[in-house]
Design a protein around this ligand. Sequence first.
Ligand SMILES: [Zn+2]
Length: 502
Amino acid sequence: MSSAEKLTKLREITAEISRLGSIQALLEWDQQVNMPHGGAEDRGNQAALIAGLAFDKSTSDELGALIQDLASEIPDLDADDDFAREIKVAKRNYDRNARIPREKIIEFVLATSAAHEAWVKARADNDFASFEPHLTHIFELRRQQAELFQPYEHPYDPLLNEYEPGMKTSDVRAIFAALRPRQVELLRAIAESEQIDNSFIKQHYPFDEQRKLGTFIAGRFGYDWERGRIDLAAHPFTTSFGVGDVRITTRFLDRDCMSALFSTMHETGHALYDQGLSPKYYETSLGQPASYAIHESQSRLWENLVGRSREFSRFLFPVMQMLFPQHLGNVTLDQFYRGINRVEPSLIRVEADEATYNMHIMLRFEIETGLLEGSLKASDLPDIWNTRMQEYLGVTPADDTNGVLQDVHWSSGLVGYFPTYALGNLISAQLWEKMVAEHPEIPAAMTEGDFSQILAWLRENVHRYSSRYDPLDLVRKITGGPIDPEPYLRYLNAKYSEIYRF
Ligand SMILES: [Zn+2]
């Protein structure tokens, strides 16, 4: 086979793996959105079949040999060109997939399936002790997986790298060490200020109007309805079956009119990224988004930097007043803006506001690294959790259901994932600073409901690169530096000192 033929064959296999991934996503979307309960068992079998096919394809000797041959023909795999990068990423994906023995994969799938079931029950019964052995087992299996990727500085590195290629535990530690005291200080200043009234949010808003509003805003941000749709699901998410079909889900809460709207803005941010990935790299090994943190930077940018800004409130509030005159007729724009930005240390991560969110992530990161290092035991968790919640946020959960048992991640084997949420926050502020410096007219355009410049900038600087660059390289290319907590801290301090008047 000539090199050109090998490359064609490689792309054929990569495209098939990508299509199997899309089929799997479609099965999951249907399960969350449409499937009756009775379909669960068959759906599980169907998903397992597709997952097995994808695994076999992505770890086959044929694929390994092709990548090996092509890699040996490239003088420098780190070269800054499309071809070297394509082979480098293909090689990295292959090495990651093929290094874990098949029986260990099966053991892990069985362990997480049992752990998930145990977690659902433990959470409902507020019974951490019954989940503890599963947690210990999951972390032990993750530690064993990490060991297959030696050498590393820290056993957490290979796990983190599944989500953030090139990122090290020491990088995250340094970033969080800079962030922690400043965020604690900000929260103290907010706590000492007069609390803001947001009771106008906590009423029943008709779901039909809420749905119209979410649809309107998503379209206004630039979500392409020819290549997408919004459905209802218990947990909001975004999923993609290819660049021509990127879907969002949402859900409505009875006594919180902003929750569905912000979550739709968030998912729209994810979806705009997926809709903007480059057709040039489609279905190749560079066809994926750059990383989880980059993905999250997109959702957070639209939800927070745009959606919770004073400028956007000027556009949004009159629209909402028209839709909900009886709820908002007597509310002023200033009350609205401050109300939707009320800070309240909460026990639950997914309900956390911008000022407190990262603290929830730091706690989880400390626990994950502690369990992997062996400096913590699973049985220590409820105590550690409650002590640090008090230290970081000034609140202590009354029970483990609202504490250490709240997240699904660990029971699903997602260890190393949490930092991507906080990194996404930091990157969103870095991108925003850069964007507005280049286009100072953006804030004024937002008050008019014009977001075209924002989307165009993100398309140009982030979306179209797919995974042509590793996340840290992409951030450096755009901002000239590493992931940096300063822009986010500047943003939080400026925003909340004005809202809370300190
Ligand atoms: Zn997200």
